[in-house]
Design a protein around this ligand. Structure first.
Ligand code: GLA
Length: 349
């Protein structure tokens, strides 16, 4: 087990960006930047090779303003807020309209372009990296300061454990996710359409053509959204089903069958050919499955070009636009209280 670091480049403001690599006792390796807490690579040892199962870019500049959000942590509120506005405690807050009339991943000053303070630790479970940052009052348009700590631990049980802890000084919506793009056959292997997905969810949140929740929670039974029996992602992705046609594939929030009290199994993905499986556990109520529908030959690390459906994101979250839907689990973090959630990616290979 080890933790190493090296210079990765400089931001457009001249700040030095460092890449930190955590290695566990089984030879799994994960690398993060202090820029955006971006996970740039995740290597799974298989035979005499290491398979890099996440998409990434080549340089800091490629990651700057990156609309794919490859590998980054997204906050203060991931996914969409309809009309780029919400009302809280009688005050209306306006956010950036960076997705038509709506706000996506908190607008024009996204977390994937922010610098974090970093501390690394050799813990009994495995190597760990902690990112911290104080988000000022009204940053991205959200009320109150938010003291944020994100920890990733690479355990010797081959898990990447993603923990978020946030405390604000005013009531504020919070939903923080990890936007890694997984392809278990390797980021450079083509599409994930034949990889087998399982989702522990009986329902999803219906969205309109602009991907804003209508408020309706729809039972997946008998629809292409039903992954309770595992099936290849590509099996129904082109079905004549309006939510799939609107999003150009899967880009929806599933309402997880989890209690919220413990970290429970939410999903799994398996590359049967290569023999690599990932299980996703969380205590958050929602999971955005996004099948890289907007990728279109995007330039990646090592000269790779990512085709549409090159990867699948497992974005654990509060439901999108929760702040505007009273029937969704509340995403409001009360002043002085703790936002504390864990998501685990467990690899079996
Ligand atoms: C989320 C959104 C998608 C897309 C990706 C990044 O998954 O729901 O629509 O914005 O992030 O491109």
């Amino acid at each position: 087990m080890s933790i190493t670091s090296k210079e990765f480049g400089k931001t457009n403001n001249g700040e030095k960006v460092t890449a930190y690599t955590l290695t566990n006792k089984n030879g799994m390796e994960v690398t993060f930047l202090d820029f955006g807490a971006i996970m740039t690579s995740l290597l799974i040892p298989k035979g005499d090779k290491k398979i890099d199962v996440v998409c990434g870019r080549e340089t800091v500049q490629d990651y700057t303003g990156d609309g794919t959000y490859f590998g980054s942590v997204v906050g203060r509120y991931c996914n969409r807020i309809g009309g780029a506005a919400f009302t809280l405690n009688g005050v209306e807050y306006k956010l950036d309209k960076n997705d038509g009339e709506n706000c996506l991943h908190s607008g024009f000053s996204p977390y994937n372009n922010m610098m974090y303070e970093v501390e690394t630790n050799e813990t009994p479970d495995g190597p760990s990296i902690e990112f911290s940052r104080l988000s000022p009052d009204m940053e991205q348009g959200f009320p109150g300061k938010l003291d944020l700590t994100i920890t990733f631990t690479l355990t010797n049980d081959n898990e990447v454990v993603f923990e978020t802890l946030a405390v604000g000084d005013k009531d504020t919506p919070v939903s923080i996710t990890d936007h890694a793009y997984f392809n278990l056959a390797g980021h450079d292997s083509g599409t994930i359409l034949d990889q087998v997905l399982y989702l522990n969810a009986d329902a999803f949140t219906l969205t309109d053509a602009a991907s804003i929740p209508t408020g309706e929670i729809v039972d997946v039974t008998g629809t292409p959204m039903d992954f309770r029996t595992p099936k290849p992602i590509g099996q129904d992705i082109k079905a004549d089903y309006q939510p799939l046609l609107d999003a150009g594939g899967y880009d929806h929030n599933w309402c997880l069958n989890v209690s919220g009290k413990d970290v429970e199994l939410a999903a799994s993905l398996e590359d049967k050919k290569g023999g690599v499986k990932m299980e996703v556990y969380t205590d958050l109520p929602g999971l955005q499955i996004y099948t890289g529908n907007f990728l279109d030959g995007d330039a990646g690390k090592g000269g790779v070009k990512y085709p549409r459906n090159a990867a699948c994101c497992f974005e654990t979250q509060f439901y999108p636009d929760s702040v505007n839907h009273d029937n969704f689990p509340s995403c409001i973090l009360k002043a002085g209280e703790k936002y504390e959630y864990t998501t685990i990616y467990k690899f079996i290979f």
